[in-house]
Write a protein that binds this ligand. Structure first.
Ligand SMILES: Nc1nc2c(c(=O)[nH]1)N[C@H]1C(S)=C(S)[C@@H](COP(=O)(O)OP(=O)(O)OC[C@H]3O[C@@H](n4cnc5c(=O)[nH]c(N)nc54)[C@H](O)[C@@H]3O)O[C@H]1N2
Ligand SMILES: Nc1nc2c(c(=O)[nH]1)N[C@H]1C(S)=C(S)[C@@H](COP(=O)(O)OP(=O)(O)OC[C@H]3O[C@@H](n4cnc5c(=O)[nH]c(N)nc54)[C@H](O)[C@@H]3O)O[C@H]1N2
Ligand code: SF4
Ligand SMILES: [Mo]
Length: 907
């Protein structure tokens, strides 16, 4: 028995927590927070703590393939190199592109960027950071002359005011959020949330500004005006360290009344926020996707930064504008220069920088101009201008806007190479060449988190035999293209050293990103590297010097813009999108853990109470949601957290998990003109109810192919505890019924309809039969309820079960005929679901698997506070991510109890 513990980092969000991984007999058996890591000091959130459950090789891509045929690595490598070179020879370097990801390690990113920009000779390397951090990067460069995040996590511990703008940190950066919670408890830090939705992050807020979507520039311009007019600016700092303040003040001119009109916020709320900000020196403003993902994203970021510059709240402890990164290595990608408009190591496409990088790399054919940014890059593919793309560690067929256009682009593109860890995702459907990459725990390198802290990610597990590290795959292809010398890397360590050296090349203090003191570390030092933050031993801007040519920060004059995807009479509603607490992006990692579906198991479309009433829809109804780009069908969640006229949908589901596919299909390709970041928080939509004639639920030990569900207008799947999958499917009332069409009379159409329902269910049964040959099949039919059950047994064990009927509610109670399953044939996954009421109520606390129903019943029984509930049920006592929801249930319970009391008194 082999037991080993290794310190590494979590592969999920940009908080960048250190984890201690315990491996026994080559299997990951435990992960715990690393107490010595500065980012988390031992804490982990639910995604980090469920890492054990999301490992495993079942869904992994295991061998390389070319045009659908499994091949060995040397063939795959040669094919990638030859096909790329052929296209480059015929059409030039700009006819090819790489599309990378903030989930690559820095070393992977470095070689990919070097190969394309230095040796292929094109700037066409872009990354999913374009959808994520591009606006913040552009704003940093405009204001500071370099892409520098001004804050670190210690600032959260010492701030007196923390403003969260377009960030739901409680769910998206849970461990950083816990630091804020502690600051609130320990030193009375005030929290202001600026978000059109009421989110879990509002739990600790003294003020929530539910502003009109997209109106952030007006709010912060108004704040700048207020600071100026009330003499709350730091004139010494402005004088000493900045330029362009007067132009900026002039452009920002907005009275509180005008701000109120632009943001739809009450005057007193705006005033309270301005007073609070104006009066608190130690203010940190955290901003994230509610700011970045907008056609005004860069301006929004600069509007925030302006207020910090005006008050000199930057470069000091406990204050600053804090753009918080999303992906685990979004920052590492920025250091490397992996975006189309950057060259390398915080150097740009200027004559000087190009010469410096060319000299350092010994690059024969360096790119001399920026390449195409993500949305543009896929447009060029659709136009046939880009003919080959290599996609690594990202799933653009889900995550880009206007996914129909993305699919068109991938279809048109002559050569699509995809390196991924999984066998199937929406992008891989279009791959000509598939390359199996090593995943988290199987590779070595470094990542940089939101606070510029570089940590080692270490190999703790053996990789599947054929999977290779991304840097290795790229290096091999570079060799096959003839670039052996410049890519003579034997390990991630050697790449790191070169990357570190480049950061110091021709730098002499001009660029804050300089880790060249690590260029000569030994292999052992690299292996034992402890987390460290750059600029080394210095807080950015503490000396009031910035990276601009003048050394002074720049006030960028900005004015409010309008959303590109505007509402009108036909599309009157605004669709907002974002993350759920327990899912990660396109679900390739979290989609295998049943536990992570228990908080929310479907891509629900959130509708405000008043819109639900106005449009006559109820919770769980199916609706069709349409924009100018596309349309999808999904179920409704009625919520008090949204303002009328706004909808919300999670980003995670896709064609592998639901008929809806990705919410991205509803978004246009409108981008911020400066950063190129798409507007992913604001689409104009409409919806209408969908009538159904039949529902079905399937439990199956193996997943069903998408093709077997084609007859269902709606379906969604989720993993079942102890193995297997659960599907929920619906058949829409057909056009034939509604509009005459095939059938002439309503009686006839009823028959047609019944027939088509029967056919759909029969074809699903046939699929199940085919998928599990040799099963003994039992059928049960209830003629009164019209519920039909079909179960397949093998060797006395239940293998699948299909229940169908006209209404979903009947199925929910009847779908698991526990009593009908012979004792010896119990399938644990199924009986668990049948017997356990947990399945019926969403999980609130994922760590201890405590449901909403259990918390409500404990409140009924007399528990009153969070700590009492914690004692009774343990909920909320581990990672704390569920505390906002528990508090919400407590508030709800108190309110109901008070109402009951009031009614009793009234009687
Ligand atoms: N659980 C989980 N955590 C994650 C991820 C995940 O997939 N799952 N992904 C990681 C990644 S890559 C990222 S980038 C981060 C993102 O982290 P966040 O940015 O915190 O997450 P989002 O939910 O995308 O959006 C944040 C909020 O922006 C609000 N918003 C929408 N429009 C506006 C607006 O006009 N103005 C303002 N002020 N707010 C607006 C939305 O209502 C939403 O609540 O999360 C990271 N962490
Ligand atoms: N509507 C809307 N759309 C959005 C957003 C939004 O808020 N709203 N947010 C945007 C943002 S901020 C982001 S960051 C993107 C995220 O979107 P994506 O980057 O497309 O999503 P992921 O699911 O993280 O894709 C990562 C892929 O890499 C694979 N992978 C994992 N590890 C490795 C590895 O080590 N090597 C390789 N080669 N592959 C690996 C995974 O299996 C997966 O297929 O979505 C964007 N899209
Ligand atoms: S906060 Fe982010 S980095 Fe930390 S454990 Fe959770 S997902 Fe991982
Ligand atoms: Mo992101």
């Amino acid at each position: 028995m082999d037991l080993a513990t290794t310190c590494t980092t979590c592969p999920y969000c940009g908080v960048g927590c250190g984890v201690v991984a315990t491996v026994k007999d080559e299997r990951l058996i435990a992960v715990a927070g690393d107490p010595s890591h500065p980012a988390n000091q031992g804490r982990l959130c639910v995604k980090g703590s469920t890492l054990v459950e999301t490992q495993g090789h079942e869904s992994r891509m295991l061998v390389p393939s070319v045009d659908g045929v499994d091949v060995d690595w040397s063939t795959a490598t040669r094919e990638v190199a030859d096909r790329f070179m052929k296209i480059i020879d015929q059409h030039g370097p700009d006819s090819v592109a790489f599309y990378l990801s903030g989930q690559l390690l820095t070393e992977d990113y470095y070689v990919a960027n070097k190969l394309m920009k230095g040796f292929v000779g094109s700037g066409n390397v872009d990354t999913n950071s374009r959808l994520c951090m591009a606006s913040a990067v552009a704003a940093h460069k405009r204001a500071f002359g370099e892409d520098i995040v001004a804050c670190d996590y210690e600032d959260l511990d010492t701030a007196d005011l923390i403003v969260l703008v377009g960030s739901n940190a409680a769910w998206t950066h849970p461990v950083a959020y816990q630091r804020i919670v502690n600051a609130v408890k320990n030193r009375g830090t005030e929290v202001v949330v600026i978000d059109p939705r009421s989110t879990s992050s509002c739990d600790i807020a003294t003020l929530h500004l539910a502003l009109k979507p997209g109106s952030d520039v007006a709010l912060f311009n108004g704040l700048l005006t207020y600071l100026n007019q009330n003499d709350l600016c730091d004139h010494d700092f402005i004088e000493m360290a900045t330029d362009n303040v007067e132009n900026c003040f002039q452009a920002a001119q907005l009275s509180i009344i005008e701000v109120s009109a632009a943001t739809h916020l009450p005057i007193d709320l705006v005033t309270r926020f301005y007073e609070c900000f104006g009066g608190t020196r130690k203010t940190v403003t955290i901003f994230s996707q509610g700011v970045n993902q907008s056609v005004a994203g860069t301006d929004k970021c600069n509007a925030i930064i302006n207020c910090h510059l005006a008050t000199g709240r930057i470069g000091i402890k406990g204050a600053g504008p804090f753009s918080i990164t999303g992906q685990p290595n979004a920052m590492g990608g920025r250091e490397v220069g992996g975006m189309a408009n950057q060259l390398a190591a915080h150097m740009d496409f200027t004559t000087q920088h190009i010469a410096a990088v060319q000299e350092f790399w010994g690059a024969r054919n360096i790119a001399t101009a920026p390449g195409a940014k993500a949305v543009d890059l896929f447009d060029k593919m659709a136009l046939g201008e880009i003919k080959a793309v290599w996609i690594m560690a990202t799933n653009p067929a889900v995550s880009l806007p206007d996914t129909a256009q993305v699919k068109k682009a991938l279809t048109r593109c002559e050569l699509v190479v995809v390196s991924d860890t999984v066998q199937r995702n929406d992008t891989l459907e279009f791959a000509d060449i598939m390359l199996p990459a090593r995943g988290w725990g199987e590779k070595d390198g470094t990542v940089t988190n939101s606070e510029r802290c570089i940590s080692r990610q270490r190999q703790v597990l053996p990789a599947p035999v054929s999977a290779r590290a991304d840097w290795q795959i790229i290096t091999d292809v570079a060799h096959a293209m003839g670039f052996q010398k410049a890519f003579a890397f034997e390990s991630a360590y050697e790449i790191f050293k070169e990357h570190a050296a480049l950061s110091g090349h021709k730098n002499s203090g001009k660029r804050l990103f300089d880790i060249s003191s690590l260029a000569d570390i030994s292999k052992t030092e690299y292996d034992e590297l402890q987390p460290f933050t750059w600029p080394i031993k210095k807080k950015p801007f503490e000396d009031n010097r910035f990276s601009t040519a003048s050394g002074r920060a720049f006030f960028v004059a900005v004015t409010p813009g309008v959303a590109a995807q505007a509402t009108n009479a036909e599309y009157p509603l605004v669709l907002n999108t974002g993350r759920l607490r327990d899912q990660w992006h396109t679900m390739t990692r979290t989609g295998t853990s049943s536990k992570l579906f228990a908080h929310q198991s479907q891509p629900l479309i959130e509708v405000s109470l008043s819109d639900a009433e106005q449009y006559g829809v109820n919770a769980d109804d199916l609706i069709q949601l349409s924009s100018r780009q596309g349309s999808l069908v999904s179920r409704v969640k009625v919520t008090e957290t949204l303002q009328p006229g706004q909808l919300f949908m999670p980003i995670h589901w896709n064609e592998q998990f639901a008929s809806t596919g990705s919410v991205g299909q509803l978004f246009s390709r409108a981008v911020d003109p400066i950063s190129g970041q798409p507007e992913l928080k604001h689409a104009a939509v409409k919806f209408e109810p969908v009538k159904t004639t039949c529902w079905a639920r399937v439990f199956s030990q193996e997943t069903l192919p998408r093709s077997s569900l084609m007859n269902f207008q709606y379906w969604v799947r989720k993993p079942v505890a102890d193995g297997g999958w659960e599907f929920e499917c619906a058949i829409e009332e057909s056009d034939e019924t509604n509009q005459g069409g095939v059938a002439e009379s309503s009686v006839n159409s009823g028959i047609v309809n019944k027939n088509s329902v029967f056919k759909s269910i029969a074809s699903l049964q046939a699929q199940l039969k085919k998928l599990f040959p040799g099963c003994h099949i039992q059928n049960y039919r209830d003629s009164v309820s019209q519920v039909h059950r079909c179960m397949g047994f093998h060797a006395g064990k239940l293998i699948y079960s299909l229940v169908s009927g006209p209404s979903l509610s009947e199925l929910t109670s009847l779908s698991l005929p526990y009593q009908l399953i012979p004792e010896q044939s119990q399938w644990r996954g199924l009986t668990n679901l049948a017997g356990n009421r947990a399945a019926a109520s969403p999980l609130v606390c994922t760590c201890f698997e405590v449901t909403k129903a259990e918390i409500e019943s404990a409140l009924e029984m007399g528990s009153e506070t969070l700590s009492e509930l914690g004692k009774a049920l343990k909920c909320g006592t581990n990672c704390g991510s569920c505390v906002p929801e528990i508090n919400q249930l407590i508030r709800q319970h108190t309110k109901t109890a008070e109402q009951n009391r009031y009614q009793e008194v009234a009687r």
